[in-house]
Design a protein around this ligand. Structure first.
Ligand SMILES: Cc1cc2nc3c(=O)[nH]c(=O)nc-3n(C[C@H](O)[C@H](O)[C@H](O)COP(=O)(O)OP(=O)(O)OC[C@H]3O[C@@H](n4cnc5c(N)ncnc54)[C@H](O)[C@@H]3O)c2cc1C
Length: 390
């Protein structure tokens, strides 16, 4: 992948925004267990950062996916995982299907304000009883005249306390589990309050990603016009699988800078900290471990860039995107864990940047498809597992 002058300029603008408007507040937002998404998104919208690959007629920049990837990479310079994840939900997880399959009315009502930073979106796939097995979701949209009445629960929803709308996967019919689902745009609020039938039942406390508000949301006969469905009825599972490809590429790209920073912070510390008449960095074991980790991160970069190149060229990247997501999950455990060890007791303190990465990075092996889900996809594509790839 070749970063042009335009890619670099976007990265510079975002880096300045991170340095001035995000990193100075990260500790405060982590402590509050929420960050002001509307305020941050509005400023990003004003800079044109929330719709790089979205159509120009809805306020986007109409660029190709490599720009989204360049942005995801720079987001890795934020000193926590929660804020970049929330931004990634807005740009690459809850809006791709809307941009691809939404009607003009839906794109004006939901996409344009998301790109401008006037609305916060969320993606509602997971439920208490179905996460990895997306086909097993139970939420139902029952037809009532021209409307759907939606009943069910969505769990682990990022931006859930602040979202103005949800791109929600629901069962809209009977029949085979891969053909009975639709993606429906659900407005969450009316006059600033949650709409009738919607309840944010619980803000979930977590070991990491503290600045991100994660919630359990109940839906009880929530009325939504049927024309708020994206694309054809019954195609939601397929659309969501397509949407996952961008989520997984985003996930891999967003970890490249944070993993690299984690290694560099550790080198800086190891060169200062003295023991046994030398520094920690003077130990060959430490040098070799850090060199090994840097090599692994560069391998992930090469894999992610290659997947992105093919994706931009219109090819199917299910295999490479799944590999990149898997490798990102693995490295988000290995790199912070190894680095934390070299910080000794300092690495075990809450305020330490590496310990935050150790906690936040753990999600990469679980969210957006666990490592085992990626391995399942790869096994099928390799012809080892007998079930065909859905
Ligand atoms: C902080 C956070 C934010 C999230 N944000 C969102 C969001 O915005 N929207 C949304 O829809 N979801 C979101 N999720 C949900 C996330 O995508 C799910 O947690 C994830 O898909 C795993 O589902 P689960 O938690 O139900 O685990 P389960 O499906 O119960 O799986 C548990 C474990 O089983 C193992 N496993 C799974 N499948 C297989 C297999 N085939 N073979 C072997 N082992 C397997 C894995 O180790 C997996 O971790 C979020 C989760 C977290 C924690």
């Amino acid at each position: 992948m070749h970063f042009t002058h335009e890619h670099r300029e976007i990265q510079k603008t975002l880096q300045r925004f991170i340095d001035e408007e995000i990193n100075p507040h990260v500790d405060e937002w982590e402590a509050a267990e929420i960050f002001p998404a509307h305020e941050v998104f509005k400023k990003m919208g004003n800079l044109g950062l929330l719709g790089l690959c979205k159509p120009e007629e809805y306020g986007g920049a109409g660029l190709d996916y490599s720009y989204s990837l360049a942005m995801a990479e720079t987001l890795g310079h934020i000193h926590c995982g929660g804020v970049p994840m929330a931004i990634g939900v807005q740009t690459d997880m809850c809006t791709p299907a809307l941009a691809r399959y939404g009607s003009d009315e839906l794109k004006r009502q939901f996409l344009a304000p998301a790109i401008a930073g006037d609305m916060v979106g969320c993606i509602g796939v997971s439920e208490p009883a179905a996460g990895s097995d997306v086909s097993g979701i139970k939420s139902v949209a029952r037809k009532d005249g021209d409307d759907y009445l939606i009943t069910g629960q969505k769990m682990w929803i990022t931006n859930s306390l602040q979202a103005d709308w949800m791109c929600m996967l629901v069962n809209t019919g009977e029949g085979p589990v891969h053909k009975n689902k639709s993606l429906v745009m659900v407005p969450m609020r009316e006059n600033g309050k949650l709409r009738p039938g919607i309840e944010v039942a619980q803000k979930i406390r977590k070991i990491g990603m503290h600045s991100s508000d994660t919630g359990l949301i109940y839906f009880d006969e929530v009325r939504v016009p049927q024309r708020y469905r994206l694309g054809a009825e019954g195609q939601g599972f397929i659309y969501q699988m397509q949407q996952f490809q961008e989520e997984r590429l985003w996930c891999a790209a967003s970890t490249l800078a944070s993993l690299t920073n984690c290694i560099q912070w550790t080198i800086d510390y190891a060169q200062e900290r003295k023991l046994f008449g030398a520094t920690i960095a003077d130990q060959q074991w430490v040098q070799f471990k850090l060199a090994e980790l840097k090599t692994e991160v560069e391998a992930l970069r090469a894999l992610t860039y290659r997947a992105c190149d093919l994706y931009v060229n219109g090819q199917d990247v299910l295999e490479l995107a799944s590999m990149a997501k898997l490798k990102a999950g693995r490295l988000n455990r290995e790199v912070p864990d190894t680095c934390l060890q070299f910080w000794g007791g300092m690495g075990f303190t809450l305020e330490n940047k590496v310990s935050r990465m150790y906690r936040d990075g753990r999600l990469a092996s679980i969210g957006g498809g666990a490592d085992e889900v990626m391995l399942g996809i790869l096994s099928k594509l390799m012809g080892i597992a007998k079930t065909p790839v859905r």
